[in-house]
Design a protein around this ligand. Structure first.
Ligand SMILES: Cc1cc2nc3c(=O)[nH]c(=O)nc-3n(C[C@H](O)[C@H](O)[C@H](O)COP(=O)(O)OP(=O)(O)OC[C@H]3O[C@@H](n4cnc5c(N)ncnc54)[C@H](O)[C@@H]3O)c2cc1C
Length: 445
């Protein structure tokens, strides 16, 4: 290993982004020092001073230069500047591409969430030499949650980052390669497929599994990022049970918001469905079903209202939320209007159900079919396999396909199916190529 600059990372406890920062340097084989600021005021003050007043962890320094938090570090990694600062730019370039052309892989998997890593375990065990490209959220959505209590096999539950780290280790044990990199474009106009990353690296692949997930939309309001996983959540099925007997807000007006509000009545003292306008997008079925819960006093619907701030702490969770209301809806656009009213609600949890955005931009120039929202359409398979896209050799798995269930176990199941379907595809095309070569040789005789 070459001499690397001095890397320092200020961390705190229960901090998924601190883990991501450490994983990033681990993946580059770079040593670093960590300083845990939780419960250490002196160290915290030192971090704040060195980080120009910023009070969030992680804070990363390279040779005393402030790099910043996870987002800043990740952005530098994507542009290739991080490797330059670490003095490994040449080493990494040597990894991908030679004078003979881009590095070729039998299989490339987009995403290191639970679908991508499950696909990698199966693909590696089938000798398909998978390369997993991690995207800008290594480990996927599960790294954002502290407790996963519904993944089979863990009676006491398991933390999302632990589950993902163990799956990654398992995939690597069988020979899967997991690398940092965001796929910017896939070219399916010729074989093998050309896969280009946002940092300019190019690979080719015989088979490709899209397991790039769907990112939950958020409101972008104060308190939301800080309390995500500590009372703010984008998944009621996953986190509802942690807030038993609390007052809960669900934000949204579509089917998902109604379904989540209905589900949360199992645990909540009262569920408040907060919607920014008068009309709902949700189907009548859901509106009628929730009305029964309203009549029973379990749910209150608050229309023409938006949440504008969430207050609380990592230690104590959500304390209260600030909301604005205007009789004609969309109140946050009308803050100066005298009819806009501001009020606070004491709640223990805020669930955001304002939709997901599937991560499929990189497939836009391919013939892979997607629905209006951008989710990959899959088809075919024997005995219920649903991972083939319309483009032979390109498969989809996990939340990027399955907008209905969006659970860890279903994403893992689909990752498994995609790897098996891709293996079948690779074997079939190879047999066909061999038969073609034999036929051509016979006709030459
Ligand atoms: C807060 C929270 C708590 C949750 N808790 C639970 C729970 O308790 N139980 C449960 O069953 N489910 C839970 N879920 C849902 C679960 O996390 C998802 O269903 C699951 O993670 C989906 O897995 P996936 O692999 O399909 O996608 P993701 O986990 O979203 O992973 C997608 C991966 O693709 C990568 N990627 C994206 N774009 C690109 C690109 N251009 N190039 C390369 N890679 C790319 C990302 O970086 C990421 O690594 C929770 C979700 C959230 C948000």
């Amino acid at each position: 290993m070459s001499e690397h600059p001095h890397v320092e990372i200020y961390t705190k406890e229960n901090c998924p982004y601190c883990e991501k920062a450490k994983d990033l340097f681990d993946s580059k084989g770079v040593d670093y020092e960590t300083y845990n600021v939780t419960g250490d005021e002196e160290l915290f003050d030192e971090m704040v001073e060195r980080a120009d007043g910023r009070q969030t962890a992680p804070e990363v320094f390279i040779d005393d230069e402030l790099i910043g938090g996870w987002d800043d570090t990740q952005a530098l990694a994507e542009s290739g500047e991080l490797d330059e600062k670490l003095g490994i730019a040449d080493e990494e370039t040597g990894d991908n591409g030679t004078e003979a052309g881009p590095e070729h892989r039998r299989m490339i998997i987009a995403g290191s969430g639970i679908a991508g890593l499950t696909a990698a375990i199966y693909a590696a065990r089938s000798n398909n030499d998978p390369l997993v490209l991690e995207g800008d959220e290594p480990g996927g959505q599960l790294t954002l949650t502290t407790d996963v209590e519904n993944y089979p096999g863990f009676p006491e539950g398991i933390s999302g980052p632990d589950l993902i780290n163990q799956m990654k280790e398992q995939a690597e044990r069988f020979g899967a390669a997991v690398r940092n990199g965001v796929i910017a474009d896939v070219d399916d106009s010729s074989r093998p497929y050309r896969v280009e990353l946002s940092n300019g690296d190019v690979y080719t692949a015989d088979a490709f599994i899209a397991a790039s997930g769907a990112s939950a939309r958020t409101l972008g309001i104060p308190g939301e990022d800080e309390l995500m996983g500590y009372g703010v959540s984008t998944c009621a099925t996953c986190d509802g049970a942690f807030f038993r007997d609390e007052e809960m807000i669900v934000v949204g007006g579509g089917d998902a918001a109604f379904e989540e509000a209905d589900f949360l009545t199992k645990f909540a003292d009262t569920v408040y469905l907060v919607h920014r306008r008068e009309e709902f997008r949700a189907e009548d079925y859901w509106v009628d079903r929730l009305q029964e819960k309203v009549d029973a006093g379990d749910v209150e619907i608050i229309k023409n209202t938006e949440v504008t701030e969430i207050h609380g702490s990592v230690e104590e969770g959500v304390d209260d939320a600030e909301l604005v209301r205007h009789p004609e809806g969309y109140p946050s656009d009308k803050l100066d209007d005298p009819e806009t009213e501001t009020f606070e609600m004491d709640v223990g949890a805020v669930f955001l159900a304002i939709g997901h955005t599937p991560n499929t931009d990189y497939l836009e120039d391919t013939a892979v079919e997607m629905d209006d929202a951008g989710y990959i359409k899959t088809e075919g398979g024997t005995g219920g396999g649903q991972t083939k896209t319309g483009v032979p050799g390109i498969f989809g798995a996990g939340d990027v396909v399955d907008f209905h269930y969006q659970q860890a176990v279903t994403a893992a199941g689909m990752g498994c199916k995609a790897a098996l379907d891709a293996d079948d595809y690779l074997e079939t095309t190879e047999l066909e190529a061999q038969a073609g070569a034999t036929g051509a040789a016979a006709s030459d005789d």
